[in-house]
Design a protein around this ligand. Structure first.
Ligand code: 6GU
Length: 227
């Protein structure tokens, strides 16, 4: 998979050199391009924002640098998906991560301030698949942290990125439920015991216990996830 990121903070993505995603890049599973939006400005101050038409607080990102940056990335690209992190977008879920993990080229456009001029979305919606995506009901200063979260969620679903594919299916949200509690050695720690069923060797009973824990936890913490 190829991933391009357009941002005014390119060094923010230096951390993609390390960890699981870094290994996937070294292995050639993921190719990453990070692009500085300011490289596509042509004034002395490298201006990327301006005051909103109609008035109001904050600044809006100007369309021209976005146009130049995205044109360069889309030139010769094969049917990419443009993802614009935005609190005004559809909510990113595990299902979104699965959909995007099946793509061959993702382009993330990280907005700052009060957002990007609407005409950028309109322009590229006519030329590519465009998705505005929010990572939850709270406000971030810009799309960078949201992009990082999405890339981590998507990246680990790409075959070969996570060493043991089994570990993918047992996690929170993969089956629509929250994950059951996990324990490792020692069997006693500060007076807390491991639930005896996990030491029983009875795999049927263990599976039933885990399922019951998942359902109970989901009902308690996230009843909205239950049918
Ligand atoms: Cl994707 N961007 C911003 N700026 N804030 C958010 C968000 C995205 N998702 C939730 N809050």
């Amino acid at each position: 998979m190829r991933i391009d990121i357009v941002t005014i903070f390119p060094t923010f993505f230096d951390v993609l050199d390390i960890s699981l995603l870094g290994k996937a890049r070294q292995a050639g599973i993921i190719t990453l391009g990070v692009h500085d939006l300011r490289d596509h400005t042509h004034d002395r101050h490298r201006t990327v924002d301006d005051t909103p038409y109609g008035g109001g607080a904050g600044m809006v990102m100007k369309p021209e640098p976005w146009g130049e940056a995205l044109d360069g990335i889309l030139d010769g690209a094969d049917d990419p998906v443009l993802v614009f992190p935005s609190p005004a977008g559809e909510v990113f879920t595990q299902a979104t991560a699965r959909e995007l993990a099946a793509e061959s080229h993702l382009v993330f456009g990280c907005g700052r301030y009060e957002g990007i001029d609407q005409r950028v979305f309109d322009e590229y919606a006519g030329r590519a698949r465009v998705r505005l995506v929010s990572i939850g009901d709270y406000v971030l200063n810009g799309g960078e942290v949201a992009t990082m979260a999405m890339i981590e969620a998507i990246g680990r679903l790409i075959p070969g990125v996570v060493g043991n594919p089994e570990s993918l299916v047992q996690e929170s949200h993969e089956d629509g439920l929250l994950e059951y509690p996990s324990y490792t050695k020692p069997a006693q720690w500060r007076g807390h015991e491991v639930p005896p069923v996990l030491l029983s060797g009875n795999h049927g009973a263990i599976e039933a216990w885990r399922r019951e824990q998942s359902v109970a936890r989901t009902a308690r913490v996230r009843p909205d996830l239950l049918p």
